[in-house]
Design a protein around this ligand. Structure first.
Ligand code: NDP
Length: 246
C-alpha cells in the first residue's frame, strides 16, 4: 500500500514499543521515517533496518525529549535528512508512579518535562516545516479519561494536558490545512506495560474485548489519522483500549 508515498514522518520515541510500531506502519504505507530515541541505540538501529526493509529512507536520532535544545536539533535533523516534514508523531513518554502524598519534585518535573513540555516544544520546532495536508498526532493515554489504580495521578494528568494541547493546536493550524489529533492507547503490551506484568490481569478484566492491545493496534490508528482519508478529522481523540472506557 502506498497512500503515504512521498510523505516524510518523524516519530519521537521510536526505538521500542508503540513508537517503533508506528514508525514501521508509516513506512509500510510508503512514508520515509525518522525516529528519535533516548538510550536504545541498538533497538533504534533495528527499527531503521525495518523501515529500510520496506524500501523507505530512515534515520535514528538520539534526542532526549526532556531537553529543549535536543528536541529542536532532532526535528531540524529529521527535516533536513528527509527533505521536509509532513507527519509528526509525538510518542515519547515516560510513566513514573507515586501517590500525590509521596511524589517528589524530581519525579513531577521528569513527567512534565517529557510528557507535557516535550510535545509543546516538538510541535513548535516542527510547525515551520509542516505544509498543507500535514499531520500532528500525539500519543496520550486512555488513563486521562478514567483513572485506573492508585499512584498514577500525575502521569495521567500529563496525558490529560494533551487534550487541550490537541484542541488548541488544531485551532492554530487549521487555517493551514494541518490536522492535529490525539491517539489514546489503553493497556498495550510494551516494556512500559507488559501483558504479563503484575497488574496485567486486572487491566485485562476492565476490557470488554478481554485482551491486551499490541503496539500495532495503536500504530494502525495513527496510520489512519496520517492518511489522506482522515483529512477532515482534527482536534479529536481516538481511543484504542479494547473498550476499557465503556
Ligand atoms: P516504552 O517505554 O515501551 O517505550 C518508550 C519509547 O519512548 C522508547 O522508544 C524510548 O526511547 C522513548 N523515550 C522515553 N523517554 C524518552 C525521552 N526522554 N526522550 C526520547 N525518547 C524517549 O513505552 P510505550 O511504547 O508503551 O509508550 C509509548 C507512548 O504510549 C507513551 O507516550 C506512553 O505514555 C503511551 N501509553 C502507553 C500505554 C501502554 O499501555 N503501553 C498506555 C497508554 C499510553 P529509549 O528506547 O531510548 O528509552
Amino acid at each position: 500500500m502506498s497512500e503515504l508515498h512521498g510523505k516524510r514522518a518523524l516519530v519521537t520515541g521510536g526505538s521500542r514499543g508503540i513508537g517503533a510500531a508506528i514508525a514501521l506502519a508509516l513506512a509500510a504505507k510508503g512514508a520515509d521515517v525518522a525516529i528519535t530515541y533516548e538510550r536504545s541505540a541498538e533497538r533504534a538501529a533495528e527499527v531503521v533496518r525495518g523501515i529500510e526493509g520496506e524500501g523507505r529512507k530512515a534515520l535514528a536520532i538520539q534526542a532526549d525529549s526532556a531537553d529543549p535544545a535536543a528536541i529542536r536539533r532532532s526535528v531540524d535533523a529529521a527535516a533536513e535528512a528527509l527533505g521536509g516534514l509532513d507527519i509528526l508523531v509525538i510518542n515519547a513518554g515516560i510513566a513514573l508512579y507515586a501517590p500525590i502524598a509521596e511524589i517528589g519534585v524530581d519525579t513531577i518535573d521528569a513527567l512534565l518535562d517529557v510528557n507535557v513540555r516535550g510535545p509543546i516544544l516538538t510541535a513548535q520546532a516542527a510547525i515551520p516545516y509542516l505544509k498543507a495536508g500535514g499531520r500532528v498526532i500525539t500519543i496520550g493515554s486512555a488513563g486521562a479519561e478514567r483513572i485506573v489504580g492508585e499512584g498514577a495521578t500525575v502521569y495521567f494528568m500529563t496525558k490529560s494536558a494533551l487534550h487541550s494541547f490537541t484542541r488548541g493546536l488544531a485551532r492554530e493550524l487549521g487555517a493551514r490545512d494541518i490536522t492535529v489529533n490525539l491517539v489514546q492507547p489503553g493497556s498495550t503490551n510494551t516494556d512500559m506495560n507488559p501483558a504479563d506484568g503484575d497488574f496485567a490481569a486486572y487491566q485485562r478484566s476492565l476490557m470488554p474485548l478481554g485482551r491486551y492491545g499490541e503496539p500495532e493496534d495503536v500504530a494502525a490508528a495513527v496510520a489512519f489519522l496520517a492518511s489522506p482519508a482522515a483529512k477532515q478529522i482534527t482536534g479529536t481523540f481516538l481511543t484504542v483500549d479494547g473498550g476499557a472506557l465503556t
